[in-house]
Design a protein around this ligand. Structure first.
Ligand code: PLP
Length: 372
């Protein structure tokens, strides 16, 4: 299979480590090693000091998998496969799909959630949000056919920060169940709901033929560990996923698993840390958008560390973003990297630098004439 360029990752590659002011990152402020280790209890701390840097168990360290299973209601450590989050998407698409299989997926979205399938030769139907960036389940229903093999969903959603209701999620599970469709649910931004009542159950707890993806990159502020996991109660699925992993990474990095265990042993502290940063930054962004209404059509997300406001400009969003990064060093992601046709930019607000970045962005906005 020839794989298409990942537009968002290529764009990040150009600016992430050269632009001084990042306004599009999706992760929450990454922790330093000493901050994470300071949370470790005595046992974990001494295990870290003498950690053997050998090969590890293919499914993941049992202690780590045990901590992961506590995030779910019906998942045991044997139902967890530890891997890199992006690897989890790659493996799943390869395991669940063959050329010609029909796929329905949330769109716009993180490109690998549909691109791998498309490049494998699978017809894709895109479940798009309405004008207000809300996903309507009746629109999804119209896309599902008797040939649909896989439904891919991602809530909290990248890039809109949208959520659906629990009833709508149950309806999707019912559709998948009735038609014997596998459900792949990317839950990378879970636990970052601003109102806990909006938190959706994990799909792997609702439906046996479902696989959920989660990891430490976003909510827990640890993207550099490259730690994620797939969870499913379907034993056949799990066997196929494990077998495919022998051709990607075989097993995980030992330091990442140990540090990941420490992170999940302190999950509430880390989640609260991220939510605090997000909620403070969100107020600043709302205020900023209000002050510059002639530029932005702002919609407050329901969860996560990213939003997808509409830009009201004369030229193209790509030109705007490139001029902004050239003149002020502020990096924003244009809608083009999502193959989305409406004029939007992705704003990331999980980082502590946001107030400073926003003040540099404001200089730019004040200097330029806005609006169409
Ligand atoms: C929705 C979604 N899924 C998966 C990933 C992949 O995570 P990672 O980069 O940690 O592999 C990302 C990263 O941005 C994402 O936004």
């Amino acid at each position: 299979m020839k794989i298409s360029p990942f537009k968002l990752e290529r764009y990040f590659d150009k600016y992430e480590f050269s632009a001084p002011y990042l306004l599009s990152s999706s992760d929450c402020e990454p922790l330093r090693l000493n901050e994470l280790l300071a949370l470790a209890d005595e046992k974990s701390r001494s295990e870290w000091d003498v950690l053997k840097l050998g090969y590890t168990e293919s499914m993941g360290d049992p202690v780590f998998r045990n901590e992961i299973s506590k995030l779910y209601t019906s998942i045991s450590p044997e139902d967890v496969l530890v891997l890199v989050p992006e690897e989890g998407i790659f493996i799943s698409m390869n395991v669940f799909l063959e050329k010609g299989d029909h796929v329905v997926t949330t769109f716009p979205g993180y490109q690998s959630l549909y691109q791998i399938a498309e490049d494998m030769g699978c017809p894709i139907s895109k479940w798009e949000p309405d004008q207000d960036l809300n996903f309507q389940v009746q629109d999804l229903k119209k896309l599902v056919t008797d040939k649909t093999k896989l439904i891919v969903i991602n809530f909290p959603h990248n890039p809109t920060g949208s959520l659906i209701s629990k009833n709508d999620l149950n309806e999707i599970v019912n559709i998948a169940q009735e038609k014997g469709i596998t459900l792949f649910s990317d839950e990378m931004y879970r636990f970052m709901e601003y109102d806990e009542k909006d938190r959706l159950p994990s799909v792997c707890d609702l439906y046996e033929n479902a696989v959920s993806l989660f990891g430490l990159s976003k909510t827990f502020g640890l993207p550099g560990l490259r730690m994620g996991w797939l969870t499913t109660r379907n034993k056949n699925y799990m066997q196929d996923l494990i077998s495919f992993k022998d051709y990607t990474t075989i097993c995980n990095n030992a330091p990442g698993e140990k540090l990941g265990t420490i992170a999940l042993q302190n999950k509430d502290t880390l989640i609260q840390r991220s939510l605090k940063i997000i909620q403070t930054n969100l107020l600043l962004l709302e205020d900023f958008s209000q002050r510059h209404k002639q530029w932005f059509l702002w919609k407050t997300p329901k969860a996560g560390s990213i939003a997808f406001p509409e830009l009201k400009i004369k030229g193209t969003v790509m030109d705007f973003c490139q001029d902004l990064v050239k003149e002020k060093g502020v990096m924003l992601l244009p809608h083009d990297v999502y193959d989305f046709s409406r004029n939007h930019v992705r704003v990331g607000f999980g980082r502590q630098s946001l107030p400073k970045v926003l003040s540099v962005f404001e200089e730019y906005v004040k200097e330029k004439s806005p609006a169409k």
